[in-house]
Write a protein that binds this ligand. Structure first.
Ligand code: HEC
Ligand code: HEC
Length: 498
């Protein structure tokens, strides 16, 4: 659906900043923190290759032990906490340039997807690619480099609707609970066979997350790989070789095997998602995880994890001459301005706001009967989240409109299902939860109904209807986050056919 492809979180983000009284949409120039002569600027190239060739959506490549021919569609990943390592084992932290776009705090996004039709980038902050990390490091002699592939636990559960760029990249977000897709690599299979023209998706991230609010989410499998590389980072670039990532993997195998409850290498749990989505039982994950140096939760065994795709390569241009004091690196300090900026990691939320609320309940000041809540059509979770000022941490919220997509639909029903609709016959599914919209057309809850889903991916299907069950509209795809208003913003309404 191309209308929704242009969805951006920018609009509600600006609105929020204005409402909470921050100076403007976008960040004003801040004075750079003074830096000593013992520091230097580095721009480290991060190359993505397949063997020796640069990753490119307009090329085809052969990957895996079954020599599958593929064409790339997407490749982005987060790195964080980059350190340069000295011969004696001591480490210096690379202070990242806070550029308001690709790097924030200690997190940097690398992005190799273009807008070429093969890449079809749809949900990045913009069409540009990003193939470097920039920052300031203490002068010295270094013999190695280390960084985390992914995000630390706290950053991982920020809300993508309001977090600072690049953490607001919706293409890299799953849900508060699961957090971000820390690595996203998507390919189309070209080899003849049943996999032909199917997408092979790698969405790497945290799994087995539990908790009842964004503050308490914890994942037993954060799946963050610590990458340690040998070499002089001041004269090197970092290479990610996609061919090495797929070493030993049979890309087409899962399509030809029957699914069963028996764990088997190369067998996915869900026939709709080929590749590795990091979830339980996904056989493809075992090899891909092992190649990042990680043990997959449901590993069958017999593989010794060892990091393969990342390496340093010689690049004399890594160290820059420019004056470090011209580079703003103070983003990690929690200034007063950042403590009140909605969505910022430093935001200090009044815990008294963490009350249990649900549309239709009696906890509101105005009582239960049709309480008209505010801000219909806006992104509720811009504010109703752990880094925002809204009362109640929403797990599901949004606004339903009538067929004109302009009049809020009061009394409409939103049904959340654990199963997809039947392809034929009558629909006998019983909803896990149903909400009735208030006078503003809004629905919301702070209860974690996602936890009540029993399917392996904790995904849900949704249908909205009028009060009498007529005018049904269903979302064609399943989702794993209840933040309906994060996607359905601007002209992209949720509506009933009435
Ligand atoms: C710009 C920030 C912002 C947005 C966007 C926002 N809210 Fe709020 N909301 C707040 C704040 C702040 C409060 C607390 C107001 C108070 O207690 O006086 C609040 C309070 C509420 C309350 C009242 C809770 C109670 O009983 O006291 C409800 C219900 C609510 N919001 C629902 C929503 C819904 C639904 C949406 C989206 C359609 C939404 N909000 C969007 C900031 C926001
Ligand atoms: C991650 C983004 C995302 C989230 C979260 C999301 N949606 Fe959607 N929704 C979409 C997209 C994209 C489409 C269009 C493609 C499709 O139907 O799958 C859509 C389509 C729909 C449609 C059909 C619209 C039409 O014009 O036919 C309905 C109804 C709907 N969503 C309701 C909801 C509700 C209710 C929620 C929350 C419980 C929700 N959506 C959460 C992205 C999202």
């Amino acid at each position: 659906m191309s209308r929704l492809k242009s969805m951006r979180s920018l609009l509600p983000f600006c609105a929020v900043l204005v409402l909470v009284g921050a100076n403007a949409c976008g960040k004003g120039k801040e004075a750079s923190s003074g830096m000593g002569a013992d520091e230097q600027v580095v721009e480290i190239p991060f190359r993505a290759t397949v063997g020796d060739e640069d990753f490119d959506c307009n090329k085809t490549f052969t990957l895996g032990s079954d020599n599958t021919q593929v064409q790339p569609k997407d490749f982005r990943y987060f790195v964080s906490n980059i350190k340069f390592v000295k011969a004696d084992g001591t480490k210096e932290t690379l202070k990242l340039e806070q550029d308001g776009k690709w790097q924030t705090g200690n997190v940097a996004l690398l992005d190799y997807a273009t807008t070429d039709s093969n890449c079809a980038k749809s949900s990045s902050p913009d069409a540009e690619t990003r193939k470097v990390v920039r920052g300031v490091i203490k002068r010295g002699e270094y013999t190695g480099m280390e960084f985390a592939l992914g995000l630390d636990d706290i950053t991982n559960h920020l809300d993508a609707a309001t977090a600072q760029p690049p953490l607001n990249n919706p293409g890299m977000w799953w849900s508060w609970k699961g957090g971000y897709k820390e690595l996203r690599l998507e390919l189309t299979v070209l080899s003849d066979g049943s996999a032909k023209n199917k997408d092979y998706l790698v969405h790497h991230g945290a799994t087995n997350c539990s908790g009842t609010s964004p503050e308490t989410y914890a994942c037993t499998h954060e799946n963050n790989a610590l990458i340690t590389l040998k070499g002089d980072p001041l004269s090197s670039g970092v290479k990610f070789d996609v061919a090495k990532f797929f070493e030993g993997e049979k890309l087409q195998e899962e399509l030809t095997q029957n699914l069963s409850t028996t764990k088997q290498l190369g067998v996915v749990s869900s026939p709709t998602s080929w590749g590795c989505m990091a979830f339980a039982n996904d056989g493809d994950c075992e090899i891909l995880f092992a190649n990042l140096g990680l043990t997959f939760k449901d590993a069958v065994g017999g593989i010794t994890p060892s990091q393969k795709p990342f390496s340093l390569y010689s690049n004399s241009g890594t160290t820059q001459a420019s004056d470090p004091s011209n580079i703003k690196t103070d983003g990690t300090t929690c200034t007063d301005a950042k403590k009140v900026a909605t969505g910022d990691n430093c935001f200090v939320r009044n815990t008294a706001l963490n009350v249990n609320l649900e549309v239709g309940d009696a906890n509101h000041a105005s009582g239960a009967s049709g309480f008209p809540s505010h801000n219909a059509g806006l992104t509720c979770v811009s504010c109703h989240q752990s880094k925002g000022p809204g009362k109640g941490l929403h797990t599901f919220s949004g606004t339903v409109y009538k067929a004109d997509q302009a009049t809020p639909a009061a009394g409409a029903i939103v049904k959340i299902f654990n199963e997809k609709p039947p392809t034929s016959g009558s629909d006998t599914r019983v909803p896990v939860k149903q909400f009735v919209t208030d006078k503003s057309g809004n629905f919301y809850t702070t209860t974690d109904y996602l936890a009540q889903l029993t399917n392996a991916n904790k995904e849900y299907w949704v249908t909205v209807t009028d009060a009498d069950g007529s005018g049904a509209k269903s979302m064609g795809s399943s989702k794993v986050t209840g933040q309906c208003s994060q996607c359905h913003v601007g002209g992209q309404r949720i509506w009933i056919n009435k």
